[in-house]
Design a binder for this molecule. Structure first.
Ligand code: TRP
Ligand code: ZN
Length: 881
């Protein structure tokens, strides 16, 4: 880094001095370069002073010429630096023509215009458009686009851009062109174009007002047979948004292009989504149930952005959660309706706790609406997305579905075609409900995971039950003091038979009737009357707020809720809470060399669940029987005891396996598939339960269990089952693991997405030889450092999904990661920065590890030509900014 990058502040936001009304873009693609000519119709913004200079952003472009109102500008008439093109004086209205040249074939950052599998594609969010042409590259400048693409006809028969194709034709020298117009004004980050040799899978959706929409998925021809599920998901999402929120699609065409090289999951460019092929391609033998669910969710997410993100966009990047939190909430609700609301809620809360809570408790902690950043790409985080979605969910909980729907409708009508802020969204919700949401807005501005302390006291004489609730939020970087939040707490009381007790609370009647209490003060007391027996408290039902509950109840109460709670989320939660307690107890025993014993009551409770497996939702049952992750256990410790956590969890799994062996075998056999694979929630649940049984059985690593897994590995007709057997075997210390690893590769060497699974399984094996294996895989033909999916599968999985090996005491895991970050940073800073965040959690570990991690951060920051992305993460991790 030549100079420390500057920090951008929300409080410095000013409207743009100039606006762009129309863009005509001509992009000529060649093998060694691209030429871009843009014609911009511009005007001065009303508030701006007449002498305001015009400052356009541009990065790594070769400027070939500028013409202002028909007159070519000489070099003395503008200023050019690494980031901007400034014209000191322009009239109130003017037409600017700019020609630039760029080199997509050398663009490894996958940001801007780049090549993937010999096709051209673009990624402009957040600030990639400035790598294509000089522009007012900010989300509050909305323009109408007309785009003309030309390329060699034979190599690039398909030419796509946003909107409608209005013209196409042949050109001399074997070239051709296509012209596209997008009738909707949009910010530059939603621009997209694609040129390639792709096949089209086509279908039609008729909107509820009777308009046909052409649906088109473009993939490389060998993937033609893997698009049916994506298409199906798109139609479901379109119908769902009409039914649930009354929102219809607004163009005649909806295109999705799948590319193999992509930094994130997918991108919602207007009318032309570009997807990581991982979130499009699926066939029963290559994709797991998890992949099918992921595809359905991401297709829906990008589709939902058409209203929440595109029709109404963000004023500036500090408002990112305005579109992301809201759209994640919408896709969560959609998936909940497809599978089961409770199962989906548990998946989401697990993600929040395993990934967002640690982020909120680390050096990169930031509010859902941050007030500063160096590099915006570092802020596409679980906090913006998942905690952002939790904020929207709390509004939904407070208002109820009907008022929420009205609030969304008001927000969308009021801001249609414009850029908005999170305040605008809350304002609309406040207006339709008549609620005062001023305090609620602190959820957007305060970082850190709040804690809710709960105490319950039963008075037998008075027949009252008194709840004392105390909220607090720990300090985070730059926010030493926190204000109390407005927290919706859903709760219930259960009697000795597990029946719901009526809630009588004269002071808070309305809240008691809904079972939803709204906390606003640091401490609150809620007294229930007419409580005939000591109740069991079911608190924070359905996880009604994203916080940590500290409720000091006894284990009997947790066992009771684990069996009887009517709220399925809290039933699962009681089991997780109990298991966490037991496991953390084992961690202490392990560290003091005491013998390990797993509480028999918990073993019995699991046995009872297995005995009742024929009844109820099997996906839910599989979740009830899954122990909390090592990540979540780590999150609950002052100083993370890496080896002890792993050993305790393994011991508990082995004990459950041994003690309940006949039941695991029985449930495994009872849930055999009865027909060919289909992705369907009930069948997926059955597979999840059956594969959980297999995984438990294999933890003992005995002959019978290994044979069972080997048979399933060889005979499965679908990837869900093959993968479960593969992972169980490859993570065992049995010698057979080498053979299945070789066989799996042999079978799938032609399929890059399946090979990502192959890499990830090896990288997450909790075995002493794993780091050496990962290092060897770096040279395997299945691995490519320039492909983010490969990097995530191998390096990312090792650093984020294998705590035992990554945090191995010698520090070899850390230095391996630092080395890769340094090699990757010049190629793809976005991906390098994400890996760097894994080295920033040292504060949670013992002195030895903390020092080792710090050493690697120092090693990285010593590098003089670091990207702004990695610099921000590393310097914040070192506490230097
Ligand atoms: N807006 C995209 C989404 O919702 C996120 C995204 C895709 C992105 N590609 C990106 C963000 C590249 C930054 C950089 O999911
Ligand atoms: Zn999104």
């Amino acid at each position: 880094m030549a100079a420390q990058p500057k920090t951008i502040l929300l409080k410095d936001y000013r409207p743009s001095a100039y606006l762009i009304e129309e863009v005509a873009l001509t992009v000529d693609l060649f093998e060694d370069r691209a030429r871009v000519c843009s014609r911009l119709v511009c005007c001065r913004n009303i508030q701006a002073a007449a002498d305001s200079p015009l400052v356009l952003q541009g990065r790594k472009l070769v400027l070939k010429g500028i013409v202002l109102d028909g007159l070519a500008l000489g070099p003395e008439q503008y200023l050019l630096d690494d980031e901007t093109l400034t014209i000191p004086a322009v009239p109130e209205r003017f037409v600017l023509e700019i020609e630039t040249e760029l080199y997509p074939q050398n663009n490894t950052s996958l940001d801007g215009l780049y090549r993937s599998s010999s096709n051209f594609c673009t990624q402009c969010e957040a600030e990639g458009f400035r790598k294509i042409t000089y522009f007012l590259d900010r989300p509050d400048v909305l323009a109408r686009y007309e785009v003309t693409i030309s390329a060699e006809q034979e190599r690039y028969p398909v030419l796509l851009a946003n909107g409608n194709r209005v013209e196409a034709g042949e050109l001399p020298q074997g070239r051709h062109y296509a012209r596209w117009q997008d009738p909707y004004p949009k910010p530059s980050y939603l621009f997209a174009m694609v040129a390639g040799n792709l096949v089209k899978i086509a279908d039609t959706f008729v909107t509820r007002s009777g308009r046909p929409v052409a649906l088109e998925i473009y993939v490389q021809s060998h993937n033609r047979d893997k698009c049916a599920h994506a298409m199906d998901s798109l139609k479901k999402a379109m119908a769902w948004d009409e039914e649930t929120f009354g929102l219809e699609y607004d163009l005649d065409q909806y295109m999705i292009v799948a590319v193999d090289d992509f930094n994130m999951g997918a991108m919602e460019n207007k009318g032309l989504n570009v997807f990581n092929s991982k979130y499009v391609l699926a066939r029963p033998d290559t994709a797991t149930d998890g992949d099918y669910e992921g595809i359905e969710a991401v297709i829906a997410h990008e589709y939902f952005h058409n209203w929440t993100g595109n029709r109404v966009t963000c004023r500036d990047w500090f408002q990112l959660s305005l579109k992301e939190g809201l759209t994640v909430f919408r896709d969560q609700q959609f998936t909940g309706d497809q599978i089961s609301p409770a199962v989906k809620r548990i998946h989401d809360v697990r993600l929040l706790r395993n990934v967002q809570f640690p982020e909120d408790n680390g050096p990169m902690a930031h509010p859902v609406r941050p007030d500063s950043f160096m590099e915006i790409n570092n802020f596409y985080t679980v906090t913006i997305y998942e905690k952002g979605a939790e904020i929207i969910r709390m509004l939904h909980t407070l208002l109820g579905q009907e008022l929420f729907r009205q609030g969304l409708a008001l927000y969308l009508t009021r801001h249609d075609g414009h850029a908005a802020t999170t305040d605008d969204f809350v304002q609309a919700m406040g207006e339709v409900s008549g609620r005062d949401l001023a305090q609620f807005k602190r959820w957007y501005t305060q970082a850190g995971t709040p804690q809710l302390k709960v105490q319950g006291e039963y008075d037998f004489q008075a027949r009252t039950y008194t709840l004392r609730l105390e909220q607090s939020t720990p300090p985070t970087a730059g926010q030493p003091e926190k204000e109390p939040l407005h927290i919706p707490v859903a709760l219930g009381l259960l009697d000795g038979q597990g029946r719901e007790m009526e809630l009588t609370c004269p002071e808070r009647q309305g809240e008691a009737a809904r079972g939803l209490f709204e906390l606003r003060n640091p401490q609150e007391t809620i007294r229930f009357n007419g409580v005939g027996e000591k109740p069991r408290l079911s608190i924070l039902r359905n996880f009604s707020a994203p916080l940590k509950v500290a409720y000091d109840c006894d284990e009997e109460e947790l066992l009771f809720l684990f069996r009887y709670d009517r709220d399925p989320f809290n039933r699962w939660e009681a089991g997780q809470c109990l298991a966490s307690r037991l496991l953390l107890g084992l961690v202490e025993d392990f560290r003091h060399n005491r013998p390990l014993v797993l509480d028999q009551r918990f073993v019995e409770a699991c046995g009872r669940l297995l005995g009742e497996e024929a009844m109820g939702d099997k996906a839910f049952l599989a979740l009830l029987l899954t122990l909390p992750s090592e990540e979540y256990l780590a999150e609950q410790m002052e100083v993370v005891a890496v080896e002890a956590i792993h050993a305790s969890r393994l011991f508990a799994r082995q004990t459950l396996s041994r003690s309940l062996r006949p039941l695991w075998e029985q449930v495994y056999q009872a849930n055999r598939a009865t027909g060919p694979y289909r992705y369907e929630p009930a069948l997926a649940g059955q597979r999840a339960l059956r594969n959980l049984c297999l995984t438990y059985l294999v933890t003992l690593e005995d002959e019978a269990a290994v044979q069972l897994a080997l048979a399933q590995f060889a005979k499965s007709d679908n990837m869900t089952d093959q993968m479960a057997a593969f992972a169980a075997l490859a993570h065992s210390a049995r010698p057979e693991r080498h053979q299945v690893i070789a066989d799996f590769y042999q079978q799938w060497q032609g399929d890059p997405l399946v090979l990502d699974k192959w890499l990830a399984v090896q990288a997450t094996a909790p075995l002493p030889e794993t780091l050496a294996e990962v290092q060897a895989l770096m040279d395997h033909p299945a691995f490519q450092l320039k492909n983010p999916n490969k990097v995530r599968a191998l390096i990312g999985s090792f650093a984020a999904g294998n705590p035992l090996c990554f945090h191995e005491m010698s520090g070899k895991g850390y230095s391996f990661l630092a080395e890769q970050i340094l090699v990757l940073d010049p190629l793809n800073p976005q991906i390098a920065a994400r890996l760097a965040a894994r080295l920033g959690r040292g504060a949670r570990y013992d002195a030895t590890r903390r020092t080792l991690m710090r050493g690697q951060l120092e090693r990285i920051v010593a590098n003089k030509s670091l990207s702004r992305d990695v610099y921000e993460v590393v310097s914040k991790s070192l506490g230097k900014v």
